[in-house]
Write a protein that binds this ligand. Structure first.
Ligand SMILES: [Zn+2]
Length: 435
């Protein structure tokens, strides 16, 4: 399948030269030093040693997972960053400053291994996903078509591969999307390995882009290239025998790609909360799965203005009973931070405190139901300040520390939530799903 280029833009000569040589470098942002990593897709990737990180060998077989003694029994958070510095369009909300903004905030708020020792571990030397990994969710012609489109992107600098989002691609998009999916897969390996030696394994967070939950099996969509979380769910089943996967998607937009990938699958429960009527317009309450997967998709479209009180109610009355009934082997989370009050793309009223509550509650849910196995995947979140503060709050929740939301949030911006409508929609979803 050829992916049409509908537009082009200029791109840096140096980066194109790197791509021609099949070598891409990006800067790892930290307060005190910059580490340059060189990625050679055919051979995995390597970088110089930095304190508090994990390095895997360039193993051919990945499904053994990271050795649990590399993680340490005290680790509370594991994360991997794939900032996709080459995948960027100027003034596009899904730009390459998102992950560096998060990493800078984590450093500034002393939430990295430099300050936390082995409580916080960064997995650095992860491999890109293979095309077989991607093929577990996406159609072969899409994957090969995107790879071919990279030549066009090299010539033109930037192309659009899908118009609804709109979703762009640059010369490095294919490789960097494989790397994003690979980060999620590696974190699945890590939490599985840790859960074999600890009843309280660390929660993992894939700080990756491009995001994934809108990408449909046949192609890209809504800023998303590959369905990172869907690929990781299939990998967890295939490589680790974790048959039952519970996916929570709290991005403000409906995760239509994940929804579609598992719509007929009874072993993967997909639960999405999203703003009713927002992009892409799917995720109606009566979309519940089909065939043998009927009932294993739960869509909860909430009215604009929904915020902290609404989400606490949804968590207690919808997410918890669904997860308890499903009995998952692992919980994966599409963590979108665009439901924040300050985010420009939607009109929910989540605060950093809401994200702390979600992270803390989901961590406990995973501990209660599936040996603590839980991986978060970065999806949306376009106001860099609210995005990075909210991810920092997520890390604090994983660490079991007090929230600093009272210092970060300004309640004077908040309006009354539409709680009557929220109650009605919760009752309706309970009725549809019989709980
Ligand atoms: Zn979103």
């Amino acid at each position: 399948m050829e992916l049409p280029a509908v537009c082009s833009a200029r791109f840096g000569d140096n980066l194109l030269l790197c791509v021609r040589n099949h070598v891409y470098s990006h800067k790892k942002y930290s307060k005190n030093k910059i580490t340059i990593k060189y990625i050679r897709p055919e051979k995995g990737y390597s970088s110089k040693s930095v304190r508090g990180t994990i390095y895997c060998s360039n193993q051919q077989e990945r499904n053994a997972g990271l050795p649990s003694d590399h993680i340490g029994t005290s680790a509370k958070v594991i994360y991997a960053a794939a900032p996709a510095m080459g995948h960027n369009q100027e003034s596009h909300p899904e730009c390459n400053s998102r992950v560096p903004a998060i990493l800078t905030a984590l450093e500034k708020m002393k939430l990295t291994s430099k300050f936390r020792g082995l409580d916080v571990v960064e997995v650095q030397n992860f491999r890109p996903a293979t095309t077989d990994d991607i093929r577990s969710v996406h159609a072969g012609p899409y994957i090969s078509g995107l790879e071919k489109a990279m030549y066009q992107a090299s010539e033109k600098g930037l192309i659009f591969i899908e118009g609804s989002g709109p979703t762009y691609a640059t010369a490095t998009t294919f490789q960097e999307s494989l790397l994003a999916a690979g980060a999620g897969i590696s974190l699945v390996d890590s939490v599985v390995a840790a859960s074999k030696v600890s009843k309280d394994p660390p929660v993992a967070f894939a700080l990756i882009r491009p995001p994934g939950h809108h990408a449909v099996p046949k192609g890209p969509m809504g800023f998303c290239v590959f369905g990172n979380i869907a690929i990781a769910a299939r990998y967890a089943q295939r490589a680790h025998g974790l048959k039952r996967v519970f996916i929570i998607d709290f991005d403000v937009h409906h995760g239509n790609g994940t929804n579609d990938a598992f719509y007929e699958d009874p072993d993967i429960f997909f639960l999405s909360t999203h703003q009713a009527g927002s992009y892409p317009g799917t995720g109606k309450i009566d979309q519940i799965g089909s065939g043998s997967g009927e009932g294993s998709t739960l869509n909860l479209p909430l009215p604009g203005g929904s915020g902290d009180t609404a989400m606490r109610k949804v968590f207690d009355e919808v997410i918890v009973p669904c997860a308890q009934r499903f009995k998952p082997d692992i919980i994966l989370v599409s963590a979108g931070y665009d439901a924040h009050l300050l985010d420009p793309l939607a009109s929910f009223q989540f605060t950093t405190g809401t994200y702390y509550m979600l992270a803390s509650s989901i961590k406990q849910l995973a501990k209660d139901l599936c040996g603590g196995r839980c991986v978060f995947f970065l999806e949306g979140g376009y106001n860099l300040t609210s995005l990075s503060n909210s991810v920092a709050e997520t890390f604090r929740a994983f660490l079991g520390e007090w929230s600093l939301a009272a210092e970060l949030d300004d309640p004077s911006y908040l309006h009354e939530e539409p709680l009557n409508k929220v109650k009605q929609i919760i009752e309706k979803v309970k009725h549809i799903h019989s709980f």
